[in-house]
Write a protein that binds this ligand. Structure first.
Ligand code: NAD
Length: 475
Protein backbone atom coordinates (compact mmCIF):
# COMPACT_ATOMS: atom_id res chain seq x y z
CA UNK A 1 0.00 0.00 0.00
CA UNK A 2 1.33 3.46 -0.85
CA UNK A 3 2.46 5.53 2.10
CA UNK A 4 1.12 8.66 0.49
CA UNK A 5 -2.36 10.09 0.59
CA UNK A 6 -2.51 11.98 -2.75
CA UNK A 7 -5.15 14.42 -1.49
CA UNK A 8 -2.80 15.85 1.17
CA UNK A 9 0.41 17.78 0.88
CA UNK A 10 3.70 16.44 2.13
CA UNK A 11 7.40 16.66 1.30
CA UNK A 12 9.23 14.38 -1.12
CA UNK A 13 12.16 13.85 1.27
CA UNK A 14 9.77 12.66 4.02
CA UNK A 15 8.07 10.29 1.58
CA UNK A 16 11.49 8.92 0.62
CA UNK A 17 12.46 8.47 4.29
CA UNK A 18 9.25 6.66 5.09
CA UNK A 19 9.48 4.40 2.07
CA UNK A 20 13.10 3.53 2.89
CA UNK A 21 12.00 2.62 6.44
CA UNK A 22 9.12 0.55 5.06
CA UNK A 23 11.55 -1.42 2.89
CA UNK A 24 13.95 -1.93 5.80
CA UNK A 25 11.11 -3.14 7.99
CA UNK A 26 9.65 -5.41 5.33
CA UNK A 27 13.07 -7.02 4.80
CA UNK A 28 12.77 -8.31 8.38
CA UNK A 29 15.99 -6.70 9.69
CA UNK A 30 14.37 -5.51 12.91
CA UNK A 31 12.73 -8.79 13.90
CA UNK A 32 15.37 -10.68 15.85
CA UNK A 33 16.06 -10.31 19.55
CA UNK A 34 19.75 -9.91 18.71
CA UNK A 35 19.15 -6.94 16.41
CA UNK A 36 16.87 -5.13 18.84
CA UNK A 37 19.17 -5.73 21.79
CA UNK A 38 22.19 -4.44 19.83
CA UNK A 39 20.36 -1.24 18.84
CA UNK A 40 19.38 -0.64 22.45
CA UNK A 41 22.98 -1.25 23.46
CA UNK A 42 24.13 1.33 20.85
CA UNK A 43 21.66 3.80 22.27
CA UNK A 44 22.81 3.12 25.82
CA UNK A 45 26.46 3.68 24.87
CA UNK A 46 25.53 6.77 22.88
CA UNK A 47 23.84 8.32 25.91
CA UNK A 48 26.63 7.31 28.28
CA UNK A 49 29.37 8.72 26.07
CA UNK A 50 27.53 11.99 25.43
CA UNK A 51 26.31 12.80 28.93
CA UNK A 52 28.14 16.13 29.02
CA UNK A 53 26.82 17.29 25.63
CA UNK A 54 23.28 16.34 26.63
CA UNK A 55 23.49 18.31 29.90
CA UNK A 56 24.88 21.32 28.04
CA UNK A 57 22.09 21.29 25.47
CA UNK A 58 19.50 21.07 28.26
CA UNK A 59 21.18 23.93 30.11
CA UNK A 60 21.13 26.04 26.92
CA UNK A 61 17.45 25.30 26.20
CA UNK A 62 15.96 25.49 29.68
CA UNK A 63 18.70 26.54 32.07
CA UNK A 64 18.28 23.02 33.44
CA UNK A 65 20.51 22.31 36.48
CA UNK A 66 22.92 19.42 35.91
CA UNK A 67 21.41 17.25 38.65
CA UNK A 68 17.90 17.67 37.22
CA UNK A 69 19.21 16.82 33.74
CA UNK A 70 20.86 13.72 35.11
CA UNK A 71 17.95 12.43 37.22
CA UNK A 72 14.97 13.39 35.05
CA UNK A 73 16.43 12.96 31.58
CA UNK A 74 19.66 10.95 31.29
CA UNK A 75 19.15 8.45 34.13
CA UNK A 76 15.48 7.94 33.18
CA UNK A 77 16.48 7.06 29.61
CA UNK A 78 19.28 4.75 30.74
CA UNK A 79 17.07 2.90 33.18
CA UNK A 80 14.35 2.48 30.50
CA UNK A 81 16.96 1.02 28.12
CA UNK A 82 18.35 -1.34 30.78
CA UNK A 83 14.89 -2.48 31.81
CA UNK A 84 13.97 -3.16 28.17
CA UNK A 85 17.20 -5.09 27.48
CA UNK A 86 16.73 -7.19 30.61
CA UNK A 87 13.15 -8.12 29.78
CA UNK A 88 13.07 -8.08 25.98
CA UNK A 89 13.27 -11.82 25.45
CA UNK A 90 10.35 -12.38 27.81
CA UNK A 91 8.30 -9.57 26.22
CA UNK A 92 8.87 -10.89 22.69
CA UNK A 93 7.87 -14.47 23.45
CA UNK A 94 4.53 -15.75 22.16
CA UNK A 95 1.98 -16.38 24.91
CA UNK A 96 0.10 -19.65 24.98
CA UNK A 97 -3.45 -19.25 26.27
CA UNK A 98 -6.11 -21.83 27.04
CA UNK A 99 -8.58 -22.89 24.35
CA UNK A 100 -12.22 -23.51 25.09
CA UNK A 101 -13.64 -27.01 24.82
CA UNK A 102 -15.86 -25.86 21.97
CA UNK A 103 -12.78 -25.49 19.77
CA UNK A 104 -11.11 -28.77 20.80
CA UNK A 105 -8.65 -30.06 19.60
CA UNK A 106 -6.63 -26.85 19.14
CA UNK A 107 -4.01 -24.61 20.74
CA UNK A 108 -4.14 -20.80 21.02
CA UNK A 109 -1.20 -18.41 20.97
CA UNK A 110 -0.70 -14.65 20.97
CA UNK A 111 2.27 -13.53 18.90
CA UNK A 112 3.76 -10.12 19.55
CA UNK A 113 4.76 -8.46 16.29
CA UNK A 114 6.12 -4.98 15.58
CA UNK A 115 3.52 -2.68 14.03
CA UNK A 116 5.95 -1.31 11.41
CA UNK A 117 7.10 2.30 11.06
CA UNK A 118 6.38 4.70 13.90
CA UNK A 119 6.34 8.47 14.21
CA UNK A 120 7.40 9.89 17.58
CA UNK A 121 6.61 13.59 18.20
CA UNK A 122 8.20 15.08 21.31
CA UNK A 123 7.69 18.24 23.41
CA UNK A 124 10.29 20.69 24.75
CA UNK A 125 10.00 20.41 28.52
CA UNK A 126 11.99 17.17 28.98
CA UNK A 127 13.17 17.26 25.39
CA UNK A 128 15.71 14.46 25.66
CA UNK A 129 13.83 11.97 27.84
CA UNK A 130 10.43 12.47 26.19
CA UNK A 131 11.97 11.92 22.75
CA UNK A 132 14.00 8.83 23.65
CA UNK A 133 11.66 7.04 26.07
CA UNK A 134 9.05 6.29 23.37
CA UNK A 135 11.83 5.56 20.88
CA UNK A 136 13.17 2.87 23.23
CA UNK A 137 9.72 1.24 23.11
CA UNK A 138 9.68 1.41 19.31
CA UNK A 139 13.15 -0.15 19.00
CA UNK A 140 12.39 -2.83 21.59
CA UNK A 141 9.19 -3.71 19.73
CA UNK A 142 11.14 -4.11 16.46
CA UNK A 143 9.81 -1.02 14.67
CA UNK A 144 11.52 1.55 12.51
CA UNK A 145 10.97 5.13 13.63
CA UNK A 146 11.08 8.77 12.65
CA UNK A 147 11.58 11.08 15.62
CA UNK A 148 10.41 14.71 15.47
CA UNK A 149 11.80 16.60 18.50
CA UNK A 150 10.42 19.98 19.54
CA UNK A 151 11.79 23.00 17.66
CA UNK A 152 11.33 25.05 20.85
CA UNK A 153 14.17 23.19 22.63
CA UNK A 154 16.36 23.74 19.58
CA UNK A 155 19.75 22.79 21.08
CA UNK A 156 18.48 19.40 22.25
CA UNK A 157 16.71 18.86 18.94
CA UNK A 158 19.96 19.51 17.07
CA UNK A 159 21.89 17.20 19.39
CA UNK A 160 19.33 14.40 19.02
CA UNK A 161 19.66 14.75 15.25
CA UNK A 162 23.46 14.65 15.44
CA UNK A 163 23.61 11.66 17.83
CA UNK A 164 20.89 9.47 16.35
CA UNK A 165 21.90 9.98 12.72
CA UNK A 166 25.48 9.07 13.63
CA UNK A 167 24.38 5.87 15.40
CA UNK A 168 21.59 4.46 13.22
CA UNK A 169 20.99 4.07 9.49
CA UNK A 170 18.16 6.42 8.43
CA UNK A 171 16.12 3.53 7.07
CA UNK A 172 15.90 2.26 10.65
CA UNK A 173 15.81 5.31 12.92
CA UNK A 174 16.08 8.94 11.93
CA UNK A 175 15.35 12.43 13.19
CA UNK A 176 13.39 15.11 11.35
CA UNK A 177 13.88 18.54 12.88
CA UNK A 178 11.31 21.29 12.50
CA UNK A 179 8.12 22.88 13.76
CA UNK A 180 4.50 23.00 12.64
CA UNK A 181 5.05 22.79 8.82
CA UNK A 182 7.38 19.78 9.12
CA UNK A 183 5.13 18.02 11.65
CA UNK A 184 2.08 18.69 9.47
CA UNK A 185 3.85 17.23 6.43
CA UNK A 186 4.86 14.14 8.42
CA UNK A 187 1.34 13.73 9.75
CA UNK A 188 0.02 13.59 6.20
CA UNK A 189 1.91 10.33 5.71
CA UNK A 190 0.65 6.95 6.71
CA UNK A 191 2.50 5.58 9.75
CA UNK A 192 1.71 2.40 11.66
CA UNK A 193 1.75 4.15 15.02
CA UNK A 194 2.01 7.77 16.12
CA UNK A 195 3.32 8.48 19.59
CA UNK A 196 2.65 12.11 20.52
CA UNK A 197 3.62 13.96 23.69
CA UNK A 198 2.48 17.57 24.01
CA UNK A 199 -0.49 19.81 24.56
CA UNK A 200 -4.14 18.77 24.41
CA UNK A 201 -4.77 21.26 21.56
CA UNK A 202 -2.06 19.76 19.33
CA UNK A 203 -3.06 16.26 20.47
CA UNK A 204 -6.42 16.89 18.78
CA UNK A 205 -4.66 17.89 15.53
CA UNK A 206 -2.55 14.73 15.67
CA UNK A 207 -5.55 12.50 16.37
CA UNK A 208 -7.46 14.03 13.43
CA UNK A 209 -4.52 13.54 11.05
CA UNK A 210 -4.05 9.97 12.28
CA UNK A 211 -7.74 9.23 11.73
CA UNK A 212 -7.27 9.87 8.00
CA UNK A 213 -5.11 6.75 7.85
CA UNK A 214 -6.73 4.90 10.75
CA UNK A 215 -3.32 5.07 12.42
CA UNK A 216 -3.37 4.06 16.09
CA UNK A 217 -1.99 6.76 18.36
CA UNK A 218 -0.70 7.20 21.85
CA UNK A 219 -1.47 10.69 23.11
CA UNK A 220 0.50 11.82 26.15
CA UNK A 221 -1.08 15.19 26.98
CA UNK A 222 -1.32 17.56 29.94
CA UNK A 223 -3.94 19.01 32.25
CA UNK A 224 -4.39 20.60 35.64
CA UNK A 225 -3.04 18.09 38.16
CA UNK A 226 -4.15 18.68 41.76
CA UNK A 227 -2.36 17.95 45.02
CA UNK A 228 -4.42 17.65 48.20
CA UNK A 229 -2.93 18.24 51.63
CA UNK A 230 -5.02 16.88 54.48
CA UNK A 231 -4.85 18.09 58.08
CA UNK A 232 -3.15 14.89 59.27
CA UNK A 233 -0.37 15.01 56.66
CA UNK A 234 3.29 15.23 57.60
CA UNK A 235 3.44 18.92 56.67
CA UNK A 236 7.21 19.12 56.55
CA UNK A 237 7.55 16.25 54.07
CA UNK A 238 4.49 17.35 52.07
CA UNK A 239 5.76 20.93 51.69
CA UNK A 240 9.21 19.75 50.60
CA UNK A 241 7.87 17.25 48.06
CA UNK A 242 5.30 19.66 46.62
CA UNK A 243 7.80 22.51 46.28
CA UNK A 244 10.25 20.12 44.59
CA UNK A 245 7.62 18.71 42.20
CA UNK A 246 6.16 22.10 41.28
CA UNK A 247 9.32 24.18 40.84
CA UNK A 248 11.69 21.62 39.34
CA UNK A 249 12.44 22.48 35.68
CA UNK A 250 10.94 25.94 36.27
CA UNK A 251 7.51 24.38 36.79
CA UNK A 252 7.51 23.06 33.23
CA UNK A 253 6.69 19.46 34.14
CA UNK A 254 3.59 17.73 32.79
CA UNK A 255 2.98 15.86 36.06
CA UNK A 256 3.84 18.77 38.38
CA UNK A 257 1.14 19.62 40.93
CA UNK A 258 -0.66 22.43 39.09
CA UNK A 259 -2.65 23.63 42.12
CA UNK A 260 -3.16 22.71 45.77
CA UNK A 261 -6.19 21.96 47.87
CA UNK A 262 -5.10 22.43 51.51
CA UNK A 263 -7.24 21.76 54.57
CA UNK A 264 -8.19 25.20 55.91
CA UNK A 265 -7.13 24.37 59.49
CA UNK A 266 -3.48 23.94 58.48
CA UNK A 267 -3.33 26.27 55.46
CA UNK A 268 -1.31 29.09 57.08
CA UNK A 269 1.13 26.69 58.66
CA UNK A 270 1.53 24.81 55.38
CA UNK A 271 2.14 28.01 53.38
CA UNK A 272 4.85 28.95 55.83
CA UNK A 273 6.51 25.50 55.45
CA UNK A 274 6.44 25.90 51.64
CA UNK A 275 8.02 29.38 51.88
CA UNK A 276 10.70 27.90 54.12
CA UNK A 277 11.53 25.10 51.65
CA UNK A 278 11.50 27.45 48.67
CA UNK A 279 14.18 29.51 50.35
CA UNK A 280 16.09 26.42 51.46
CA UNK A 281 16.12 25.09 47.84
CA UNK A 282 16.74 28.27 45.85
CA UNK A 283 18.03 30.85 48.36
CA UNK A 284 16.68 34.33 49.14
CA UNK A 285 16.94 35.34 45.50
CA UNK A 286 16.17 32.36 43.21
CA UNK A 287 17.37 34.41 40.21
CA UNK A 288 20.90 33.78 41.49
CA UNK A 289 20.44 30.06 42.09
CA UNK A 290 22.21 27.59 39.77
CA UNK A 291 19.53 25.07 40.71
CA UNK A 292 16.57 26.93 39.25
CA UNK A 293 15.64 26.64 35.56
CA UNK A 294 14.37 29.29 33.14
CA UNK A 295 11.21 29.53 30.98
CA UNK A 296 11.82 27.92 27.62
CA UNK A 297 10.74 30.76 25.32
CA UNK A 298 9.51 34.34 25.29
CA UNK A 299 6.04 33.31 24.18
CA UNK A 300 5.69 30.98 27.19
CA UNK A 301 7.18 33.73 29.39
CA UNK A 302 4.54 36.20 28.11
CA UNK A 303 1.74 33.70 28.76
CA UNK A 304 2.92 33.18 32.36
CA UNK A 305 3.47 36.92 32.90
CA UNK A 306 -0.19 37.52 32.00
CA UNK A 307 -1.28 35.02 34.68
CA UNK A 308 1.06 36.69 37.20
CA UNK A 309 -0.25 40.18 36.45
CA UNK A 310 -3.89 39.16 36.70
CA UNK A 311 -3.19 37.26 39.95
CA UNK A 312 -1.31 40.26 41.38
CA UNK A 313 -4.28 42.50 40.50
CA UNK A 314 -6.45 40.22 42.66
CA UNK A 315 -3.84 40.35 45.48
CA UNK A 316 -3.32 36.61 45.30
CA UNK A 317 0.51 36.58 45.32
CA UNK A 318 1.79 35.14 48.61
CA UNK A 319 5.45 34.81 47.68
CA UNK A 320 7.42 35.34 44.46
CA UNK A 321 5.97 37.18 41.48
CA UNK A 322 9.27 38.73 40.32
CA UNK A 323 10.09 38.21 36.66
CA UNK A 324 12.51 39.34 33.99
CA UNK A 325 11.78 38.91 30.30
CA UNK A 326 15.37 39.26 29.06
CA UNK A 327 16.56 36.24 31.07
CA UNK A 328 13.17 34.44 30.85
CA UNK A 329 13.20 34.28 34.66
CA UNK A 330 10.03 33.89 36.70
CA UNK A 331 10.47 33.55 40.45
CA UNK A 332 8.90 30.52 42.11
CA UNK A 333 5.51 31.95 42.99
CA UNK A 334 2.82 30.79 45.40
CA UNK A 335 -0.70 32.21 45.14
CA UNK A 336 -3.22 32.15 48.00
CA UNK A 337 -6.91 32.99 48.42
CA UNK A 338 -7.45 31.36 45.05
CA UNK A 339 -10.74 29.92 43.81
CA UNK A 340 -11.97 28.32 40.58
CA UNK A 341 -12.59 31.75 39.00
CA UNK A 342 -8.97 32.89 39.55
CA UNK A 343 -6.84 33.55 36.44
CA UNK A 344 -4.42 30.76 37.44
CA UNK A 345 -7.26 28.20 37.55
CA UNK A 346 -8.44 28.54 33.94
CA UNK A 347 -5.81 26.40 32.13
CA UNK A 348 -2.79 24.24 32.86
CA UNK A 349 -0.14 26.68 34.16
CA UNK A 350 3.01 24.87 33.01
CA UNK A 351 5.31 27.27 34.81
CA UNK A 352 6.57 28.14 38.32
CA UNK A 353 3.27 29.38 39.74
CA UNK A 354 1.39 27.41 42.39
CA UNK A 355 -2.18 28.43 43.32
CA UNK A 356 -3.40 27.31 46.73
CA UNK A 357 -7.08 26.76 47.50
CA UNK A 358 -8.43 25.65 50.86
CA UNK A 359 -11.18 23.22 51.77
CA UNK A 360 -13.10 22.26 54.86
CA UNK A 361 -14.61 18.89 53.82
CA UNK A 362 -12.58 16.36 51.86
CA UNK A 363 -15.79 14.92 50.36
CA UNK A 364 -16.41 18.27 48.65
CA UNK A 365 -12.93 18.16 47.12
CA UNK A 366 -13.48 14.64 45.78
CA UNK A 367 -16.89 15.62 44.38
CA UNK A 368 -15.41 18.65 42.62
CA UNK A 369 -12.45 16.68 41.20
CA UNK A 370 -14.77 13.95 39.94
CA UNK A 371 -16.42 16.49 37.65
CA UNK A 372 -13.40 18.47 36.36
CA UNK A 373 -11.44 17.45 33.23
CA UNK A 374 -9.44 14.31 34.03
CA UNK A 375 -5.83 15.37 34.73
CA UNK A 376 -2.60 13.55 33.94
CA UNK A 377 -1.69 13.25 37.63
CA UNK A 378 -3.08 13.77 41.13
CA UNK A 379 -1.52 13.62 44.58
CA UNK A 380 -2.75 13.34 48.15
CA UNK A 381 -0.88 13.80 51.39
CA UNK A 382 -2.52 11.98 54.28
CA UNK A 383 -1.84 9.07 56.61
CA UNK A 384 -5.53 8.13 56.67
CA UNK A 385 -5.98 4.87 54.74
CA UNK A 386 -9.73 5.42 54.31
CA UNK A 387 -9.15 8.85 52.72
CA UNK A 388 -6.36 7.44 50.53
CA UNK A 389 -8.72 4.71 49.28
CA UNK A 390 -11.53 7.21 48.63
CA UNK A 391 -9.10 9.42 46.68
CA UNK A 392 -8.19 6.48 44.41
CA UNK A 393 -11.81 5.40 44.04
CA UNK A 394 -13.44 8.80 43.44
CA UNK A 395 -10.88 11.00 41.70
CA UNK A 396 -10.17 10.29 38.02
CA UNK A 397 -6.57 10.92 36.88
CA UNK A 398 -3.86 9.27 34.73
CA UNK A 399 -1.50 8.28 37.56
CA UNK A 400 -0.23 9.75 40.79
CA UNK A 401 1.20 9.30 44.25
CA UNK A 402 0.14 9.10 47.85
CA UNK A 403 2.45 11.26 50.00
CA UNK A 404 4.69 12.26 47.09
CA UNK A 405 4.64 14.11 43.77
CA UNK A 406 6.02 13.20 40.31
CA UNK A 407 7.88 10.04 41.46
CA UNK A 408 5.41 7.53 39.95
CA UNK A 409 6.96 8.47 36.62
CA UNK A 410 10.20 6.80 37.66
CA UNK A 411 8.83 3.27 38.00
CA UNK A 412 9.14 1.07 34.89
CA UNK A 413 6.43 -1.17 36.34
CA UNK A 414 3.82 1.59 36.50
CA UNK A 415 2.17 2.36 33.12
CA UNK A 416 2.39 6.10 32.50
CA UNK A 417 -0.35 7.89 30.58
CA UNK A 418 -3.40 10.09 30.75
CA UNK A 419 -7.15 9.60 30.68
CA UNK A 420 -9.87 11.75 29.12
CA UNK A 421 -8.43 15.18 28.27
CA UNK A 422 -4.93 14.16 29.40
CA UNK A 423 -4.61 11.57 26.65
CA UNK A 424 -4.87 7.87 25.94
CA UNK A 425 -2.53 4.92 25.79
CA UNK A 426 0.40 4.48 28.14
CA UNK A 427 4.08 3.60 28.20
CA UNK A 428 7.16 2.86 30.33
CA UNK A 429 8.53 -0.65 30.81
CA UNK A 430 6.55 -3.36 29.03
CA UNK A 431 3.82 -0.85 28.14
CA UNK A 432 6.34 0.99 25.91
CA UNK A 433 7.00 -2.26 24.09
CA UNK A 434 3.27 -2.94 23.79
CA UNK A 435 2.53 0.56 22.45
CA UNK A 436 4.40 -0.39 19.26
CA UNK A 437 3.32 -4.04 19.16
CA UNK A 438 0.41 -5.80 17.56
CA UNK A 439 -0.83 -8.83 19.46
CA UNK A 440 -1.61 -11.34 16.75
CA UNK A 441 -3.94 -14.12 17.87
CA UNK A 442 -3.60 -17.50 16.20
CA UNK A 443 -5.62 -20.65 16.80
CA UNK A 444 -3.88 -23.79 15.60
CA UNK A 445 -6.38 -26.52 14.90
CA UNK A 446 -5.68 -30.22 14.63
CA UNK A 447 -6.89 -31.73 11.38
CA UNK A 448 -8.28 -34.67 13.34
CA UNK A 449 -11.80 -34.72 14.79
CA UNK A 450 -13.52 -32.65 12.13
CA UNK A 451 -17.09 -32.99 13.37
CA UNK A 452 -19.82 -32.44 10.79
CA UNK A 453 -21.91 -30.66 13.40
CA UNK A 454 -20.66 -27.18 12.48
CA UNK A 455 -21.21 -27.58 8.74
CA UNK A 456 -24.41 -27.21 6.69
CA UNK A 457 -26.86 -28.63 6.09
CA UNK A 458 -27.98 -27.56 9.58
CA UNK A 459 -30.26 -30.01 11.39
CA UNK A 460 -32.26 -29.96 14.65
CA UNK A 461 -29.92 -32.58 16.21
CA UNK A 462 -26.92 -30.39 15.33
CA UNK A 463 -28.58 -27.42 17.02
CA UNK A 464 -29.29 -29.52 20.11
CA UNK A 465 -25.69 -30.70 20.23
CA UNK A 466 -24.35 -27.17 19.87
CA UNK A 467 -26.68 -25.91 22.63
CA UNK A 468 -25.28 -28.64 24.85
CA UNK A 469 -21.75 -27.61 23.97
CA UNK A 470 -22.24 -23.87 24.47
CA UNK A 471 -24.93 -23.74 27.17
CA UNK A 472 -24.37 -27.04 28.92
CA UNK A 473 -27.91 -28.32 28.37
CA UNK A 474 -29.60 -30.46 25.79
CA UNK A 475 -32.56 -29.04 23.83
P1 NAD B 1 3.00 21.27 21.87
O1 NAD B 1 1.74 20.50 21.74
O2 NAD B 1 2.99 22.71 21.57
O3 NAD B 1 4.16 20.64 20.97
C1 NAD B 1 4.45 19.26 20.95
C2 NAD B 1 4.97 18.86 19.58
O4 NAD B 1 3.97 19.13 18.60
C3 NAD B 1 6.22 19.62 19.13
O5 NAD B 1 7.11 18.69 18.54
C4 NAD B 1 5.71 20.62 18.11
O6 NAD B 1 6.63 20.87 17.09
C5 NAD B 1 4.48 19.93 17.54
N1 NAD B 1 3.43 20.88 17.16
C6 NAD B 1 3.12 22.05 17.76
N2 NAD B 1 2.08 22.64 17.14
C7 NAD B 1 1.70 21.82 16.13
C8 NAD B 1 0.68 21.87 15.14
N3 NAD B 1 -0.16 22.89 15.05
N4 NAD B 1 0.60 20.84 14.27
C9 NAD B 1 1.44 19.80 14.34
N5 NAD B 1 2.43 19.71 15.26
C10 NAD B 1 2.56 20.70 16.15
O7 NAD B 1 3.45 20.97 23.37
P2 NAD B 1 4.69 21.57 24.13
O8 NAD B 1 4.45 23.04 24.32
O9 NAD B 1 5.95 21.13 23.51
O10 NAD B 1 4.57 20.82 25.55
C11 NAD B 1 3.75 21.29 26.57
C12 NAD B 1 2.51 20.46 26.74
O11 NAD B 1 2.82 19.09 26.68
C13 NAD B 1 1.84 20.65 28.08
O12 NAD B 1 0.45 20.66 27.92
C14 NAD B 1 2.26 19.44 28.88
O13 NAD B 1 1.39 19.09 29.93
C15 NAD B 1 2.29 18.40 27.82
N6 NAD B 1 3.20 17.34 28.17
C16 NAD B 1 2.68 16.12 28.43
C17 NAD B 1 3.55 15.09 28.80
C18 NAD B 1 3.06 13.72 29.09
O14 NAD B 1 3.89 12.85 29.25
N7 NAD B 1 1.77 13.47 29.14
C19 NAD B 1 4.91 15.34 28.89
C20 NAD B 1 5.37 16.61 28.60
C21 NAD B 1 4.52 17.61 28.24
Amino acid sequence: MSALDPSRETRPQFVALLEAQRRFFAAGHTRSLKFRDRQLEFLENLVLSNERKISEALRDDLGKPEQESFVTEIAMVLSEIRHARKNLKKWMAARRVSTSLVLFPATSRIYREPVGVALVIAPWNYPFMLALSPLIGAIAAGCCAILKPSEVSSKTSKLLHELLTSAFPPDFVTVVEGGVPETTALLNLRFDHIFFTGSTAVGRIVALAAANHLTPTTLELGGKSPAIVCADADLEVAARRIVWGRFMNGGQTCVAPDYLYVNETIAEKFLSRMRHHLQEFYGKNPALSCDYARIVSHSHFDRLERILEKSAAKSEVDIGGAHDRSSKYIAPTILKNVDWTSPSMQDEIFGPILPVMTYSRIDDVFTKLATTEKPLAAYIFTENKFVQDKFIELVPFGGGCINDTVSHLGSANLPFGGVGGSGYGSYHGEKSFLAFTHEKSVLKKSRRLDLSVRYPPYKPWKMKFLRLLFLGRWG
